[in-house]
Design a protein around this ligand. Structure first.
Ligand code: B1M
Length: 211
């Protein structure tokens, strides 16, 4: 049986090769991919963040840890996507303008796909105009925004205001998430929902579509 503590260590130490190999082995042994993500990989990224705050790690260490996480997620994402069946809605998802963090957003996108949504992933550093264009041209019925920095959170409100200005706000439900975001903040900026994690984002998306 694979020692999953080693997956945690591989991500914290930025060892992409080991993260990939351990994940491959664990999946072959039948470990639930979400257990790998939620119980080992996300706590590892939290530890990386803690070390960064304590000035034990710097940006290069953040980058190599992110690369290790991605190398494991490359194996996990197709499995999460494969869980879905019928399309239940179309989601335009992106990390807001000024923000380059995409690991959480990618997880949310994969689980939404797995939950039966068609997902249009706009990537990172997405300006409000891009969300508007996607709502108009692709008839997305959900806009999902991710922000990881306190300095980029306000871009969520800017985007909601821009959707209103463009006359498309009532065509979509706006969902928000990311480490610094809270339920209260989501309410303050006029979003339709907030989820703390990727699993919750799918339930939330299903709820707003049904409503
Ligand atoms: Co950055 N970074 N980073 N970073 N980085 C944080 C966010 C930070 C908290 C680290 C710290 O100080 N402890 C800090 C922010 C502080 C703050 O704003 N208060 C920080 C900083 C300061 C910075 C820079 C400014 C550093 C610098 O250059 N001096 C810089 C900014 C660059 C920019 O964006 N303009 C920067 C850069 C980077 C890297 C590029 C090196 C790299 C990102 C690589 C990448 O994403 N491709 C990076 C990383 C890896 C992190 C940490 C360590 C890990 C983030 C992560 O991937 N977590 C992070 C510390 C931390 O979060 N613990 C940190 C794992 C991921 C699965 O979780 O993204 O939270 P998360 O997603 C979760 C939920 O939040 C939720 O579901 C996901 C899964 O459960 N969720 C949603 C996310 N989006 C959602 C959308 C939804 C719903 C739920 O829609 C409906």
């Amino acid at each position: 049986m694979t020692d999953l503590k080693k997956l945690y260590e591989a991500v914290v130490n930025g060892d992409a090769k080991a993260a990939h190999a351990i994940t491959q082995q664990a999946l072959a042994e039948g470990v639930d991919p979400l257990v790998l993500v939620n119980q080992h990989m996300i706590p590892a990224m939290d530890e990386v963040g803690r070390r960064f705050e304590a000035s034990e790690y710097f940006v290069p260490e953040l980058l190599i840890a992110a690369r290790a996480m991605k190398s494991a997620l490359d194996l996990i994402r197709p499995l999460l996507v494969a869980r879905g069946d019928k399309p239940v809605g179309r989601v335009a998802i992106g990390t807001v303008k000024g923000d380059l963090h995409d690991i959480g957003k990618n997880l949310v996108a994969s689980l939404l796909e797995g939950g039966g949504f068609e997902v249009i992933d706009l990537g990172v550093n997405v300006p409000p105009e891009k969300f508007i264009e996607t709502v108009r041209e692709k008839q997305a019925n959900i806009v999902a925004m991710s922000a990881l920095l306190t300095t980029t959170m306000p871009a969520m409100k800017t985007t909601i205001d821009a959707l209103k200005q463009a006359g498309v706000r009532n065509q979509v439900k706006v969902l928000v998430g990311g480490a610094p975001i809270t339920e209260k903040y989501a309410e303050e900026i006029g979003a339709d929902g907030y989820s703390e994690n990727a699993v919750g984002a799918v339930a939330l998306a299903k709820k707003v579509v049904a409503a």
